[in-house]
Design a protein around this ligand. Sequence first.
Ligand code: HGY
Ligand code: MN
Ligand code: MN
Length: 409
Amino acid sequence: MTPEVSPARLMGRVEALGRIGALDGGGVCRLALTDADKAGRDWLVSEMRDLGMSVFVDAIGNIWGIRPGQRAGAPVMVGSHIDSVATGGIYDGALGVLGGLEVVTALNVAGIETETPVAVAAFTNEEGARFAPDMMGSGVHQGALVLEEMLTVQATDGSGVVGEELDRIGYRGNDAPITPAAYLELHIEQGPVLEAEGVRIGAVTGVQGIHWTEFVVEGQTNHAGTTPMALRRDAGQVAMRIGLEADQIAADAGPPQVATVGVFEISPGLVNVVPERARLTVDLRNTDGAALVAATERLIGRAEAFAAEAGCVLTHRPLARFAPVEFDARLVDRVEAAARTRQLSVKRMPSGAGHDAQMFAPNCPTAMIFVPSQNGLSHNIKEHSEEADIVAGTQVLLDLVCDLAGASS
Ligand code: HGY
Ligand code: MN
Ligand code: MN
C-alpha cells in the first residue's frame, strides 16, 4: 500500500504559497519574474531543501528538486508552475508543484525508497501573461523553444526583458535541462466538465492547439465631428472588426473552437478623437490542428482586408503557435486505473488550457491528472477546488509515482 496524503500538510502549503502575491480581494498576482514570483520561488526552494532534495535551476529559471533513488538515472518528474496571471487563483499551477512536494514528504515520512529518483519541478512563465508565449520555461527545457530567443522577449506591457528579469530576481541558472523517465502533472481542470458530471478525477488525454496573435493598427487621429466616415483612417474601427471576426470564427466553427480578444488598447483614447493606433491580441484554440491553422489564416486575411479598406497600416506577429498534443495512452490508462483503485470516478478528457505537460509529451511518457474547478472558474480570483478533490488528486499522483518509480518500504 502506498503512503497516504496528509490533507493538513498539503493544504498548509497551498495556503502558504497562496499568501505570496496575495490580492486584497482574494486570489494572487505572481506574474512571471516579478518580485512576487521571486518570493514564491525562494519559498519553494527552501521547502525543497527542507525535504532533503537537491535543487537545480536552468538558464531560463526553471526550478527542479530531486529526491535520490536507489539507483541514479532519469527521474519520474511531477510538476507545473507557480507563476500566475494577474487575476490568478491559488490553485492554477500551484497544485502540481505542491502535490509534488506532498509526494516527496509522504515518501520521506513513510521511509519509503524508490528505485528511480523523483523530481518536483516548477517551470518559468507557464502563463505567458507578461511574456509571450506561454509554457516558455518548459518549452525551452524540452527543446520546443529556443533559449536565446526567449531571453530577449520583451514584456507585452513593456515592463522588462526575460533575461534581465531572470538576472534581477537571481534565477538565471546554469544547470542542464533533463528529460525524465516520465512526467506527470496534477492540475485543476479550469473548466466546467468534471463538476457538471460529478466526476472526481480527469485522466487527461491531451491538450488542444493554441494560437496567439498580436495585431497593431496604425491610422490617423482626426476630429470625431468634422471628419466624414469615408475620410477617416480609424484604427479603433479596424481593431473592433478584427475582434468581431474572431468571434465569428468561433461561431462558424462551433465547439471546441474558441476565440478570445484578451488585450484591446486604442489610443489616444479620447471621446472626440478618431483613434490613430490600436493593439489587440487574439487567442484561438482547437483540438483540431488543421482547423486551428485555417482559423488563424482566415483571421489574418480578414484583418489585412479591414486595414486596407480603412486606409490603415496593419502589422501582426505570432505570440504563440502550439499544435495539439496527445498524451501517452498507456500512462493515461494508468491514471484512470489509479483513480479507480481509489474508488474515484474518473473521466478521460482533453485539456482546454495549455500546460507544461504538453512540452514533455514528445520526449517522454506524459500524462495529467485533473481535479474539478468550482463553477469551472479559473484565471479568476474566485478560482476554487474542494479540499477533498485536491487530496484525492494528490493521492492518485502519489500512487502513480510509487508505481512508476518502483517504491519499496
Ligand atoms: O493559456 C493557457 O492555457 C495557460 O493558462 N497558460
Ligand atoms: Mn496552469
Ligand atoms: Mn493558467
